[in-house]
Design a protein around this ligand. Structure first.
Ligand code: CA
Length: 356
């Protein structure tokens, strides 16, 4: 009860729009990409970046962009194509890299695959599909974000594919957050006996997924007209989509708010007007010490970088910086450097630089 009250209060405080401010940092462009979707920072320096049309790119630390062979066949259509890229927790030893994508010639399903990166040969070898959404099919809203937990489990957002209803059906992997083993099979100990891969349900289009320093899992998802959400993801919870939302249908018809259905977990933050969040990183680095303990979110429609501070039972937006471009992804490296990936054509991969 207390948690719900605190959450409601935080939502009230945070629901007023924050005006985008000038950045208190500079940035330098490392490379330019074409419709990039996600990035992973390589431990030896450099990056892997996905482009929606299907290229997996290696960006060297000096900014050279190289194409890696062996990426999957994808369908580049509207919101879908090649999506997330994530390094296995044991990447330094195994070289394993995970990708998500939608392939219209294979039922239009969201796919999760992994292969072994050979940077010397610029190749992703032995890429295998290790999970595929069932039932297959759908439209946009792929979700498709990967996060590895502290215990090595693979968490995956599976969007509702613009269908709504499947998000409430346990036997349908769309509109869910899944908890899988590193090989793509359902993890043991998941909350639903009849849906062994499902961790949480009632999601719309989660484009951000990350663990914080205390091991809590955070996800954001885009609302319909209004009602973008930041959620703490806890086993077995139902986040309410499409039955409740702080937004409206595109037709303008209202949707009941989360408060009308206490069995659904309410968002920690809701944004109306929307920020259209994409990508998220937990920051605990040394380069921007005043941001330690924050979540950094990209904003598409808001063309912003958004900083959220998190408490034990609350989260609140503290900064919204005007980046002048739609932001697709955010990442931090082990040294505390922060990288931001723009969205769209001729999009830049930026490194933030402290102002002083
Ligand atoms: Ca919700």
């Amino acid at each position: 009860m207390m948690r719900k009250l605190v959450t409601a209060l935080a939502a009230l405080l945070s629901s007023s729009a924050i005006a985008a401010a000038q950045t208190p940092f500079g940035f330098e462009a490392i490379a330019t990409l074409e419709q990039p979707w996600a990035m992973a920072v390589l431990p030896q320096g450099g990056f892997l970046v996905t482009e929606k049309a299907g290229r997996l790119a290696h960006v060297t630390a000096s900014g050279e962009v190289q194409t890696i062979a062996g990426a999957p066949r994808v369908t580049d259509d509207g919101q879908v194509g090649l999506h997330d890229v994530a390094l296995a927790p044991d990447f330094q030893a195994s070289g394993l890299v995970y990708l998500t994508w939608v392939d219209g010639t294979d039922g239009g399903a969201l796919h999760l695959g992994r292969g072994r990166l050979d940077l010397g040969a610029l190749q992703l070898a032995d890429l295998q599909v290790i999970w595929r959404a069932t039932p297959m099919g759908g439209n946009g809203h792929p979700g498709a974000m990967i996060a590895f937990g502290p215990d090595g489990h693979l968490f995956l957002t599976s969007g509702d594919r613009q269908l709504g209803g499947p998000a409430q059906e346990l036997g349908d992997s769309r509109g869910k957050i899944l908890r899988l083993m590193a090989d793509g099979t359902p993890a043991s100990g998941n909350p639903f006996a009849d849906a062994p891969e499902v961790w949480t349900l009632g999601h719309r289009n989660p484009y951000g997924l990350t663990f914080d320093g205390t091991g809590r899992l955070w996800s954001h998802e885009m609302g319909p007209r209004g009602g973008d959400e930041l959620n703490v993801i806890a086993a077995g919870q139902n986040y309410g989509w499409p039955l409740v939302s702080e937004g409206k249908k595109y037709s303008g018809r209202s949707i009941p708010a989360h408060a009308t259905r206490p069995e659904f977990a309410p968002p920690m933050i809701e944004w109306t007007p929307v920020i259209a969040p994409a990508g998220m990183a937990y920051y605990d680095g040394a380069v921007f010490p005043e941001w330690r303990g924050s979540l950094l979110l990209g904003g598409l429609a808001s063309q912003a970088l958004v900083r959220v501070e998190v408490g034990r039972d609350t989260a609140w937006e503290v900064d919204r910086w005007d980046m002048g471009k739609r932001i697709r992804d955010v990442a931090a490296d082990a040294d505390g450097q922060i990288y931001v990936l723009e969205d769209g054509s001729e999009a830049r991969l930026l490194r933030l630089t402290p102002s002083n």
